[in-house]
Write a protein that binds this ligand. Structure first.
Ligand code: 13P
Length: 254
């Protein structure tokens, strides 16, 4: 697929997979995807499996991501993980502000922006998630919600940092529901996000930022979604838990 920006397809394993299961999955992906040069491939296992997966993907075309991190650098923050600790495991990306964390851990845009700054300071690339709920969409608030989240979650970042940030548009109503946004719905919001990025960081930067779509991405819908001009990849949940479906999503977009 000929795209303006290089596609980035990431698997968010969420709270799934033991260490042994994680190693099995990533070893399978390595075999399946070793020839893929056209797409950036990222896996985001749970924290407990990062070390094992990190070792398994040395010298491969698969990169490592985490699912969250602290906005703090070190110290008395029981249960938290700092950006530097992730770098220590050769983690390159970190998902921030996933809708599940916004909902269950009550993460705010301001907190997500602090985390994004801490990630960049440690040379980690944040994948910042935004997206509206079904009731917000039905109330006609979709654009207002996405704009507030995008501006708030990137507050304080330099244009250079924004260029090195990945945005994931994940409509909450499409996550784990089997209801995918149509490619036209996704394109509309992605173009809108890029317009906001242009206002924040300038047109040249906005043209370089990769915006992933997330929400019930499967092998059958990946090509059509990723064929949209402003859809630059996918953040995949359920379908990233199996070698066959995650590999097929990637292969179907090449
Ligand atoms: P599903 O692909 O399971 O809908 O999950 C999407 C998601 O939340 C990825 O971060």
């Amino acid at each position: 697929m000929d795209k303006e920006r290089r596609l980035i397809i990431a698997g968010n394993w969420k709270m799934n997979k033991t260490v042994a299961e994680s190693a099995d999955l990533v070893n399978g992906l390595k075999r399946e995807l070793s020839g893929v040069k056209e797409v950036d491939i990222v896996v985001c296992p749970p924290f407990t499996a990062l070390s094992e997966v990190s070792k398994a993907i040395i010298d491969s075309n698969i990169r490592l991501g985490a699912q969250n991190m602290s906005e703090q650098n070190y110290g008395a923050f029981t249960g938290e993980i700092a950006a530097g600790m992730l770098r220590d495991l050769a983690v390159r990306y970190v998902i921030l502000g996933h809708s599940e964390r916004r909902q269950y851990q009550k993460e705010s845009d301001a907190l997500i922006a602090k985390k994004a700054l801490a990630a960049h300071a440690a040379s980690l690339k944040p994948i910042v998630c935004v997206g509206e709920t079904l009731s917000e969409r039905e109330a006609g608030q979709m654009k207002a919600v996405v704009e507030t989240q995008t501006r708030g979650s990137l507050a304080g970042l330099t244009a250079q940092q924004i260029e090195e940030t990945v945005i994931a548009y994940e409509p909450v109503w499409a996550i784990g529901t089997g209801k995918t946004a149509t490619s036209a719905q996704a394109q509309e919001v992605h173009a809108f996000i890029r317009q906001i990025l242009g206002q924040i960081a300038g047109e040249a930067v906005a043209r370089k930022v990769r915006i992933q779509y997330g929400g019930s991405v499967k092998p059958a819908n990946a090509r059509e979604l990723m064929g949209q001009p402003d859809v630059d990849g996918a953040l995949v949940g359920g379908a990233s838990l199996e070698e066959r479906s995650f590999a097929d999503i990637i292969k179907n977009t090449i």
